[in-house]
Design a protein around this ligand. Structure first.
Ligand code: TXA
Ligand code: MG
Length: 324
């Protein structure tokens, strides 16, 4: 089993042990405000290979590179004015920008899956202290087996990887609970590659520009991680339920009871008060909880598709998609 070190009570030890492992090319699980990441030195090809192996992740799917700040990011990627304004407005935070890589960047092509672009994010909290101490970009996908739900607690990570992982830094439950919003600026257009923990309306408000969503489903996959079936619990998922079948787990929203609740195996409410940020923070943990009690199926009541509800519904659709 992986060692779990609490960053809130043992910050110095956590930094020291993480830097030591990362320097050996060993991936370490780290807390971020979105979800836990499986981090490795982005300049070390062996370390990056270990990430792909541990996750069982297809190698055509590039990793997000985490940086201390915009200054570090500018050394590795070319920023257009709109991307720079986005970075200044939303970093540190749940935003990833896809940008052209600089030829002199030491980020290894394996981390980028050979693309001439790189996904960059500046995380908040303990991850930022670790990046400062390590002083190199960290490639970090979500710390879960490929296709499964992203972890929002250190326990989720340790249970998923068991003895494949040396060290998990525990920063408590992730506050956002959904992966970062991924954007790519193309000329005058801001394109949404993945809805996530940063609300699109907020991006439009700050930039005064419209964010363009992918109109054609099934068009060439732009963020290669966005395969149909993804973020899936073990139990099959039923969406927009208006009632609960006997023995099902119900995950509902807004404190509204559904017919059949009395025969459900378990009833959870993402946010009894109807708060979408709270719902986002609870979503993955609740699906894991349903799996943990051996749910035969999970029914979700409808969740409004506004604000963070867009990203929540995106993840639910992937959780419910046919499995291969
Ligand atoms: O919040 C997050 O983004 C978390 C934390 C750990 O930072 N990370 C995360 O990573 O969700 P991952 O690997 O699970 O998802 C990364 C997504 C994938 O869909 C990948 O295809 C896309 O980012 N991506 C990375 N680099 C890209 C690039 N150069 N071009 C297009 N998409 C890219
Ligand atoms: Mg992931």
């Amino acid at each position: 089993m992986a060692d779990i070190v609490d960053t809130r009570t043992h910050a110095a030890a956590a930094l020291e042990r993480a830097c030591e492992a990362l320097s050996r090319g060993v991936p370490v699980a780290i807390p971020t405000e979105t979800v836990y990441g499986l981090a490795a030195d982005a300049t070390n090809p062996l370390a990056i290979t270990r990430i792909y192996e541990m996750k069982g992740r297809p190698r055509f799917n590039p990793l997000i590179c985490h940086m201390t700040d915009l200054a570090m990011a500018e050394k590795h990627a070319v920023f257009d004015p709109v991307s720079r304004a986005l970075a200044q407005a939303f970093w540190p935070g749940p935003l990833t920008l896809v940008l052209p890589i600089r030829p002199e960047s030491a980020i290894h092509p394996l981390a980028r899956a050979g693309l001439d672009t790189v996904g960059i994010r500046v995380p908040a909290g303990f991850a930022s202290r670790l990046l400062e101490a390590f002083d190199r970009p960290l490639a970090a996908p979500s710390a879960n087996t490929s296709g499964r739900i992203s972890p929002t607690t250190a326990r989720h990570v340790a249970d998923d990887f068991t003895d494949k992982l040396e060290l998990v830094l525990d920063g408590g439950p992730a506050t956002v609970g959904l992966e970062s919003t991924i954007l790519k600026v193309e000329g005058d257009t801001i394109r949404l590659l993945r809805p996530g923990g940063l609300d699109v309306a907020e991006i439009e408000r700050v930039t005064g520009r419209r964010v363009q969503r992918n109109e054609k489903a099934g068009a060439a996959i732009e963020a290669p991680g966005m395969l149909a079936s993804h973020y899936a619990p073990v139990a099959p998922v039923r969406l927009n339920a208006s009632d609960v079948k006997p023995g099902e787990v119900l995950i509902r929203f807004g404190g509204k009871p559904l017919p059949g609740e009395d025969t459900a195996a378990l009833v959870l409410d993402l946010s009894p008060a109807g708060n979408l940020a709270e719902a986002a923070a609870n979503l993955f943990g609740y699906m894991k909880h349903a799996d943990a009690i051996g749910a035969g199926s999970i029914a979700f009541s409808p969740i409004p598709a506004i604000g963070l509800g867009e990203a929540i519904n995106d993840r639910l659709q992937r959780a419910a998609a046919p499995r291969s």
